[in-house]
Design a protein around this ligand. Structure first.
Ligand code: CDP
Length: 219
């Protein structure tokens, strides 16, 4: 079974997907980790000017794998790069890699492979629209910008006590803009998806709400 969860940054996708997967005993697939990994590797290797054949070459010679119980550890050629993927520089450059059709095509096929033989809760921007348009259940999470900024600020402040909320606001608004206006697989509400506004919901409420909808439909 495939459950897709799409939505903008800090709408609650990752935590909801992780907890829902746990409750259902499914695999949690966070597709943003792939886009973050490619962006980090492209920054490290100065690959942003790559043409189609050098991107093909890159994918032939490099191995990017998600490992660990909740598939949240990202390995690049056996090196764990997970701790670098949420740095500011990655957020600043991710619009370039995530708007590249060759990169998207490669990553989408890697994601479909995981969905082929597994029950998964898969989250991202194009899951119900492009990666798994025939998903069994499709959810689209939204929340107002102000609370998404506050949530992301609270999360990041734990690691960086000097963080300025204005920087979080700038990063989120520019990512929202790029994700929804890009030419390739923009963030949209997928057809037949159920929209959930999480602005006033706790994580527990979100997970239970989705869980109940799934169980009701199955009975
Ligand atoms: O966790 P957060 O919502 O901040 O973002 P993420 O899911 O880690 O995704 C980071 C970025 O990767 C997004 O802003 C998108 O530009 C890109 N992405 C995408 O294009 N397609 C996906 N399926 C997942 C992420």
């Amino acid at each position: 079974m495939i459950i897709s969860i799409d939505g903008p940054a800090a709408s609650g996708k990752s935590t909801t997907a992780r907890l829902l997967a746990k409750k259902l005993d499914f695999i949690h697939l966070n597709t943003g980790l792939y886009y973050r990994a490619i962006t980090y590797i492209f920054i490290k290797n100065n690959l942003f000017d790559s043409n189609q054949s050098s991107i093909d070459d890159f994918f032939n010679k490099n191995n990017i794998e998600l490992k660990g119980e909740s598939l949240n550890q990202v390995y690049w050629n056996e090196i764990n790069i997970s701790s670098f993927l949420f740095e500011n520089i990655v957020n600043e450059k991710i619009h370039i890699t995530s708007n590249n059709p060759i990169i998207r095509k490669k990553l989408v096929s890697m994601q479909r492979l995981i969905g082929q033989d597994n029950n998964i809760v898969c989250e991202g921007r194009d899951i119900g629209s492009v990666v798994f348009p025939n998903a069994d259940f499709k959810f689209f999470l939204v929340a107002d910008l102000k609370s998404r900024i506050q949530r992301r600020f609270n999360e990041l402040k734990l690691k960086n006590p000097l963080l300025d909320i204005k920087d979080v606001e700038d990063s989120l608004t520019s990512r929202d803009y790029n994700d929804s206006t890009r030419i390739n697989s923009p963030l949209i509400k997928p057809l037949e998806s159920i929209e959930i506004d999480t602005t006033k919901m706790t994580i527990e409420m979100q997970v239970n709400y989705i869980y109940k909808l799934i169980k009701q439909e199955q009975n």
